[in-house]
Design a protein around this ligand. Structure first.
Ligand SMILES: [Zn+2]
Length: 284
């Protein structure tokens, strides 16, 4: 056996998985695509839509997805009927900001960190290849929200692993990605500990559009207004944005974010959201 053959057949020496991927990803072209993925119809509107719109204004192609169909969102309509209404409402909200819409994959309360769902989510991540991925808080009062966050982190991590087979099978992509987690409802984790954002995005200039987007979810607005008083639905979102704005000490209305650790996703200083939203973003 010649020496060259012997060398070729030796396994390539490689560094740890994360550092090897990170250095290769840093060389790849940027996608200028931002994707928001949440658990249920209207979650994006409560915690992410202002930032998503500002990224659209900054030139990003937008994608919008809720993992579950929202069928638990009514006490009077049957599951198929309310799921169909909420699909239409979410499509209308996505269309309002020119975002590509991805249909839900599972029923409410059935978002779990399990292989069949993660394979489907990975196929979507590979097709869309966003460089900015907006996700729910990994800590939240509702387990669908937590599980949506965790399942998507795993799906995104697997996007560039050639041996990981997505459903449907989709070629892996070598690209840098930055993940940002939104604020939980109540601005606290499930143990009542306050969650503080590392990044505040000033959404004051898009609050009217954020309200119109939320108003697309008429089935939820009507339900909450009927049970908790007129105007309650919109007020809930307004109050949250005002509260986060107050935490910033600078903005009237804000959305808060925590950036996921870069390992497995990109270089340490890769912060496309901060770069794109200069003038709107305040780092804490
Ligand atoms: Zn939700």
């Amino acid at each position: 056996m010649r020496e060259s053959e012997s060398t070729e057949r030796e396994p390539k020496r490689r560094g740890p998985l994360c550092s090897r991927q990170t250095s290769e990803m840093a060389m790849s072209p940027r996608s200028r695509v931002a994707m928001a993925v949440a658990a249920h119809p209207d979650d994006i509107e409560f915690t992410m839509s202002g930032t998503l719109m500002l990224l659209g204004q900054a030139g990003y192609k937008l994608h919008y997805m809720n993992i579950a169909n929202g069928y638990c969102g009514s006490v009077t309509l049957g599951r198929e009927e309310i799921a169909a209404i909420r699909l239409w409402e979410a499509q209308a909200a996505a269309a309002m900001i020119g975002a590509d819409f991805h249909p839900p994959l599972v029923d409410d309360i059935e978002i779990f960190h399990e292989p069949p769902l993660i394979r489907k989510l990975c196929a979507i991540v590979r097709q869309v290849s966003p460089e900015i991925l907006l996700l729910p808080s990994p800590q939240d009062y509702m387990e669908d929200h937590q599980n949506a966050s965790r399942a998507m982190v795993t799906a995104a991590f697997c996007r560039n692993i050639p041996n990981y087979v997505s459903d449907p099978p989709t070629p892996h992509v070598d690209s840098q990605m930055a993940i940002y987690h939104a604020m939980p409802m109540g601005l606290a984790d499930q143990h009542r500990n306050p969650i503080r954002p590392g990044i505040f995005v000033d959404v004051s200039s898009v609050m009217e559009a954020k309200r119109r987007m939320l108003a697309c979810h008429a089935s939820q607005k009507d339900w909450l207004d009927a049970t908790q008083g007129h105007g309650n639905y919109m007020r809930l979102m307004d109050d949250m944005a005002r509260q986060v704005g107050g935490l910033s000490g600078r903005f009237a209305y804000a959305e808060g974010w925590r950036q996921h650790l870069h390992l497995g996703f990109g270089s340490e200083d890769f912060d496309p959201l901060g770069d794109a939203l200069q003038g709107y973003a305040l780092k804490w």
